[in-house]
Design a protein around this ligand. Structure first.
Ligand code: SAM
Ligand code: SF4
Ligand code: SF4
Length: 354
């Protein structure tokens, strides 16, 4: 126990839990308005896993070797009283008796008012998505006219209550926000926060993804290096999604005071070979890949007339993970585009979480 391997020898370590399929933003790369308009039907409350159900499942994953849990969505802060769930998850212990690496990804819009409660509940780390500093660009990206100042206030509040090394994720779309790359890097250099550039991905079926809108990380790095000296850094742990680069001093050495940036090259440099992540949807479907077309229903095991024991739940999860073969990003280049009417529909990012 504790080292569950899939068909490609990848060990289950990381669980991402989506706590809501709703969001107050309509980022066009994730929940475009034309598909997530006022007539869109979100999951009813009764379909959502309760905090107790999430914690019970998380406990089984931890017993099977998971060491890191990330809460996500949709926008996780839209889930009422999220700090209660955080508190429950923070009480779990790994095999070695260690607390989990418990983290959360948010668009930051409601963070200012929640940061202290999350810190008190035991949340260890935070990732905030931010696609630009220019207010007009940011409002266009979130497509609900949300001001960038409020997200920056959320970041400040999180920093002030003691969150360290906050990660800031920027999805880069060529021709849309790529002119924000250098200003973002300058803004976060020396701030104690870690900016990460994410390649625009072809998740889901609705975001109108086109390869020519992907700005490869190599080109992002090139643009940065023209303005700011950077040096490559070693990976800190296996399965790490971001390639790390450090800001350099005048002698060309990494200056820890200036910090680092990261590149998540999901399109141009697949990292399936050591992908150790499982994803639990808002309604309790387990997905073994971000690009999966179907999940495995764990909620029915919890809600059946004879609820499963811990051992039975672990057996079910073991069966799913050990049968896993997913490596979508590695295969992407050789695949034909999928049409929903011809084949299966891929799951949406807002449903499964990033
Ligand atoms: N609402 C929260 C947020 O935006 O941080 C959490 C959920 S969101 C689905 C998680 C992450 O996925 C965000 O950092 C977002 O930028 C990223 N994301 C969504 N769609 C994407 C896409 N098509 N390509 C790359 N990243 C994407
Ligand atoms: Fe909402 Fe996050 Fe998706 Fe943007 S990326 S629409 S904030 S879930
Ligand atoms: Fe993991 Fe699937 Fe992404 Fe590959 S494509 S890194 S298997 S989630």
């Amino acid at each position: 126990m504790g080292n569950l391997q899939d068909q490609r020898g990848r060990v289950l370590r990381d669980l991402r839990i989506s706590v809501t399929d709703r969001c107050n933003f309509r980022c066009s790369y994730c929940m475009p308005k034309q598909h997530f308009g006022s007539d869109h039907v979100f999951l009813p409350q009764s379909a959502l896993l309760s905090f107790e159900e999430i914690t019970l499942l998380a406990k089984q994953f931890v017993a099977l070797g998971v060491q890191k849990i990330r809460l996500t969505g949709g926008e996780p802060l839209l889930r009422k009283n999220l700090e209660i769930l955080i508190e429950q998850l923070a009480a779990l212990r790994t095999h070695e008796g260690q607390p989990l690496d418990l983290t959360l990804t948010t668009n930051g819009s409601l963070l200012a008012r929640k940061a202290q409660a999350f810190k008190d509940a035991g949340l260890q780390r935070l990732t905030v998505s931010l696609d630009g500093l220019d207010d007009a660009v940011f409002r266009r990206m979130n497509d609900v006219d949300f001001p960038v100042a409020d997200v920056l206030a959320g970041l400040d509040a999180a920093h002030a209550v003691g969150f360290k090394n906050i990660k800031v994720n920027m999805v880069v779309r060529r021709g849309v926000n790529d002119h924000e790359i250098v200003p973002m890097a300058r803004h976060f250099r020396g701030s104690g926060m870690i900016l990460r550039f994410i390649e625009f991905m072809d998740v889901g079926q609705t975001n109108g993804w086109r390869m020519d809108e992907v700005l490869p990380s190599a080109q992002v790095l090139e643009r940065l290096q023209q303005e700011l000296p950077l040096v490559p850094l070693d990976a800190t742990q296996p399965g790490e999604t971001a390639a790390r680069w450090g800001y350099a001093d005048a002698e060309g050495r990494h200056d820890p005071n200036l910090g680092e940036i990261g590149f998540i090259s999901s399109v141009t440099k697949a990292f399936c070979h050591d992908c150790n992540r499982a994803r639990l949807s808002t309604e309790g479907q387990l997905y073994t890949c971000l690009f999966a077309h179907r999940g495995h229903d764990l909620r029915q095991l919890l809600r059946s007339s004879e609820p499963c024991s811990d051992a039975q739940l672990q057996q079910a999860i073991t069966g799913i993970w050990t049968g896993r073969e997913d490596r979508y990003s590695e295969l992407r280049a050789s695949m034909q585009p999928m049409h929903p009417k011809l084949g299966y529909a891929r799951v949406e990012m807002s449903y499964i979480g990033g």
